[in-house]
Design a protein around this ligand. Structure first.
Ligand code: WT7
Length: 655
């Protein structure tokens, strides 16, 4: 039977039961776990915290809800996140275990053991101290997927300096802004980055934007590409030189459970990104538990590969903190999926005999387009479990992933969560939960989710509404960095302090399974990269020829959503291909290449209400070719007619 036929046939299967073999050996296979956790979630989480982590001071408290929505977990406990990830494994005699099989773009290989990381992290922690970094100081990290990024993160954790990692795809300008918002004292970056055989300067670009950033005192530069970079006397230092000069020993300092571990900026409804704040004890409990149970991790035998970038929360929780806390052996990979060839992922799986693969639906859709014969050239029989994250996965892609990559034998865990939740919230447990293609299934034990009516917040047993989380959980964000009001306003103003508003719409089916539909706010998900429409708009209007812009996310076969911008030009400026490229360039400079609009629609005017608010809902309707919603509140309804004929014209041209 050919693949298409097989997939068609599987579309008729409602549920996939856990494979018997996996169930028999699974880390959790007793369904009683859900009831046990639900009966007393706080006691259950406290038991998890004690079982999964080695505390310097064991907590006696679980949740502290005396000041909602500013919740605390395990507050009287003490521990150090880097010691959880390294020291305890070395002390247990597992120093020789490989933590990362690192693989560079050009095929370079470097194995880093737990002992290697332990050694490097201690040295770099001392190097940071030598540079004047103290407990509580924020340290920026802007690095590609190289081992030093893990060393940098854990060295910060070791001395209690919260890190602020910025994804390498962001522009230097976006980095500068995030350094300013977080008042970062130091930044760790790289001379240059590699992408598909080309190298691009990073440090020189950082320099261009850092001149006016007063809080930033030091820049550490990792030599990676050998690109020449000017160093500023007294401010800049090379990583290798700082390491060589530092003391080798740096005992881990026990931190209060609520000591900030990191800030990670993510997009919200306004142009200003939100600094999501995570702390130590609850976060480590959450990521260790979910990584162990959702991926059924067996540290002695599994080779785990999370193909995300450390610059996003998936990388923080499921490349760095979760896997290292569990003593896993992982693959860490620098490259792009089509370099040097379109089968590189499968070559990597085969080479390291990966047993668990965690990837984004957008990648899977790309592989589908490239064809099943590419993975077929490689031996993927080591795989036993597949994960999906970042956006809804359509059933067809889910089934292709299962059949073509998983050989029909690997269960798929579709994991729903967010930067804010710190760890996985809704997901199957592979030994317990029957899966349905396209559904993230049910909340993790100790997590309670509902779908509620947007009007009155009443829970909906079966049907569609807003997704909420009904009680605090250990790995939840503790706030937005220095923006308490925005924290309350964004997540807890609609339904009160006890209920966390997710920002996604979801549906529940008759089995109580959750089907996450997508964002309800002005957040767009492009290839699993989260962007706010306001952020992109403010970048576009920075172009000197642009008068006004409205950005929407439109459905896209490859990237899930794509950025579509409606742009009005200043008087006397003409629409041109050159201008399109100019605008895309401005966005690349201000945010990053991944935020560039895919489509720009020239508009003489934008649809606005009488009070001047742009009605993006109408723009979404015409972009997606839907019948227009209510236009009576528009100041000038003719604007829509003109835009409609513009789009029709465009489509006619495309044929
Ligand atoms: C948003 C969070 C989760 C870490 C990476 C993204 C969407 C995420 C799923 C999924 C459907 C998903 C949601 C969520 N999302 N995972 N399995 N099914 N949607 O983290 O950048 O904070 O984005 O991604 O819309 O709210 P993020």
């Amino acid at each position: 039977m050919d693949l298409e036929q097989r997939l068609e046939e599987l579309l008729g299967v409602e549920k996939f039961e856990p494979p018997e073999e996996l169930r028999a050996e699974a880390n959790w296979s007793d369904p009683g776990i859900y009831e046990e956790a639900a009966a007393d979630p706080e006691a259950w989480w406290l038991a998890q915290a004690k079982e999964l982590l080695d505390w310097d001071v064991e907590p006696s408290q679980s949740l502290d809800d005396s000041n909602p929505p500013f919740y605390k977990w395990f507050a009287d406990g003490r521990l150090n996140a880097s010691a959880q990830c390294l020291d305890r494994h070395v002390e247990a005699g597992n120093g020789d275990r490989v933590a990362f099989h690192w693989r560079g773009e050009e095929g370079e290989e470097r194995d880093l053991t737990y002992a290697d990381l332990h050694r490097d992290v201690q040295r770099f922690a001392n190097a940071l101290k030598d540079l004047g970094v103290e407990k509580g100081d924020v340290v920026g990290i802007y690095l590609p997927m190289i081992p030093e990024v893990v060393v940098a993160m854990l060295a910060c954790a070791r001395i209690g300096a919260p890190h602020n990692v910025v994804f390498g795809g962001f522009s230097a300008e976006a980095v500068a802004e995030r350094m300013d918002f977080s008042e970062a004292k130091a930044l760790i970056t790289v001379d240059g980055a590699r992408r598909k055989g080309k190298t691009a300067p990073i440090k020189p670009q950082v320099d261009e934007h850092m001149a006016n950033h007063h809080a930033l005192e030091k820049i550490v530069v990792v030599r990676h590409t050998g690109i020449e970079c000017p160093m500023s006397e007294g401010r800049d230092v090379f990583y290798d030189e700082a390491m060589a000069a530092a003391d080798p020993e740096c005992p881990a300092e026990p931190m209060e459970a609520e000591h900030p571990l990191y800030i990670l900026y993510t997009s919200g409804s306004t142009a200003k990104p939100k600094g999501i704040l995570h702390t130590t004890g609850g976060y480590m409990t959450g990521v260790t538990a979910t990584h162990r149970y959702v991926f059924d991790l067996k540290p002695d035998s599994d080779v785990y590969w999370c193909a995300a970038d450390v610059g996003w929360v998936t990388g923080h929780s499921y490349i760095v903190y979760g896997p290292l806390s569990n003593g896993a052996t992982s693959v860490m990979w620098e490259g792009a999926p089509d370099y040097p060839h379109k089968g590189i992922w499968w070559e990597v799986v085969e080479r390291y005999k990966a047993t668990i693969l965690y990837a984004a639906p957008t990648a899977i859709r790309t592989f589908i387009k490239w064809g099943a014969d590419i993975p077929a050239e490689h031996d993927l029989s080591s795989l036993r479990l597949l994960g999906s994250v970042g956006e809804p996965i359509n059933p067809k892609a889910w089934l292709w992933y299962r059949e073509v990559i998983g050989g029909g034998r690997c269960p798929i865990v579709d994991t729903w969560w967010q930067t804010e939740t710190g760890g996985i919230m809704i997901s199957p447990l592979p030994g317990l939960t029957a899966t349905k293609p396209g559904s993230a299934t049910v909340p993790f034990p100790g997590v309670e989710a509902s779908v509620v009516d947007e009007r009155d917040g009443e829970p909906i047993e079966e049907g569609q509404g807003l997704l909420v989380l009904e009680r605090p959980w250990p790995s939840m964000l503790r706030g937005l960095y220095k923006e308490d009001d925005r924290f309350i306003e964004t997540y807890f103003s609609r339904f009160g302090n006890e209920r966390y508003l997710v920002g996604d719409a979801a549906r529940r089916d008759s089995d109580g399974y959750f089907w996450v539909i997508g964002r309800i706010d002005d957040v767009v998900n492009v290839s699993g990269h989260r962007l706010s429409t306001a952020e992109v708009e403010s970048a576009i209007v920075a172009h000197p020829d642009v008068a006004e812009a409205a950005v929407i996310g439109e459905s896209d076969e490859d990237t899930g959503q794509a950025i579509c911008a409606f742009v009005t030009l200043r008087g006397g400026k003409d629409e041109s291909e050159e201008l399109v490229e100019g605008i895309r360039g401005t966005v690349a400079e201000r945010i990053g290449k991944f935020a560039r609009p895919k489509r720009i629609v020239w508009a003489d005017d934008l649809p606005k209400t009488r009070s001047g608010k742009i009605m993006r809902r109408l723009l979404r309707d015409i972009a997606e070719g839907r019948a227009l919603g209510d236009v009576t509140t528009l100041r000038d309804p003719d604007v829509m007619k003109e835009l409609e004929s513009k789009i029709a014209e465009e489509q006619a041209q495309e044929g």
